[in-house]
Write a protein that binds this ligand. Structure first.
Ligand code: FPP
Length: 225
């Protein structure tokens, strides 16, 4: 969800206002995804690198997240949405972490769509953690190193509970930046990419439809012919 800060600054607003407008888009895009039949939607809300931002901006971000959860959790439950968080949830401020854990619990029976927030998330850190877990299993004799499969490894990632272990079909990064920035590195192996020029606060349902249209037109061969 890139470009909140630039969107705000270009219009003479403080950066945090871009995040407020961005959160309104989150609400619309989540609802639309559920209605469209998308089974998993993962939103990169905060990377491990984002901790470098000024304290003031960070505290607004956590406030927005808490407000979103408080306001939306009942609606999400009605829609049958299950919530997951990937990333270092323990690094988040206590109240935000508690609100997230409560929302995950409230929404645990959701079967219609998996909504995942990536918070204090980094793809390399996730892969290293999975390697640690597999190594522990090997040391304990629970797995034979010579027989470790891709599926065994994927089952140790933060996305293990998601459909297809979280394999990404379509990655959309707004604001025209053409970088992956440490997002779902393993899971994006066969992903299609779209880099719309609009900033995240401008990413309306119409823009999302365009991305989905583009995705439908791509021929995915997964290395075959
Ligand atoms: C990237 O834009 C966006 C973020 C770091 C925060 C995203 C957060 C939200 C959309 C709101 C809260 C989220 C939820 C899940 C309710 P940027 O600030 O890096 O923009 P810039 O590159 O223009 O500076």
């Amino acid at each position: 969800m890139d470009g909140n800060g630039r969107w705000a600054t270009a219009r003479g607003y403080p950066r945090f206002y871009g995040h407020i407008r961005g959160a309104a888009r989150v609400k619309e895009i989540v609802r639309f995804s559920r209605e469209t039949g998308i089974k998993a939607l993962t939103l990169y809300a905060f990377s491990t690198e984002n901790w470098k931002r000024p304290e003031e901006e960070l505290s607004v971000l956590w406030k927005i997240l808490k407000k979103y959860l408080k306001r939306e959790v009942h609606e999400l439950k009605k829609q049958g949405i299950r919530l997951h968080v990937i990333g270092e949830i323990d690094r988040l401020p206590k109240d935000a972490g508690a609100e997230l854990k409560a929302a995950i619990e409230t929404l645990s029976a959701g079967r219609e769509m998996n909504l995942t927030f990536a918070l204090s998330y980094g793809g390399r850190a996730e892969i290293v953690e999975a390697a640690r877990l597999i190594a522990k299993d090997a040391v304990k004799g629970r797995i034979d190193p010579a027989r470790i499969t891709e599926a065994d490894f994927a089952a140790k990632l933060f996305t293990a509970e998601l459909p297809d272990h979280g394999d990404v079909d379509l990655l959309i990064r707004t604001s025209g930046e053409m970088r992956v920035s440490n997002f779902l590195l393993w899971q994006c192996s066969y992903a299609e990419f779209d880099f719309p020029e609009v900033q995240w606060p401008e990413f309306t349902v119409e823009e999302f439809r365009k991305s989905l249209g583009l995705f439908s037109s791509r021929k995915r061969r997964f290395g075959g012919v």
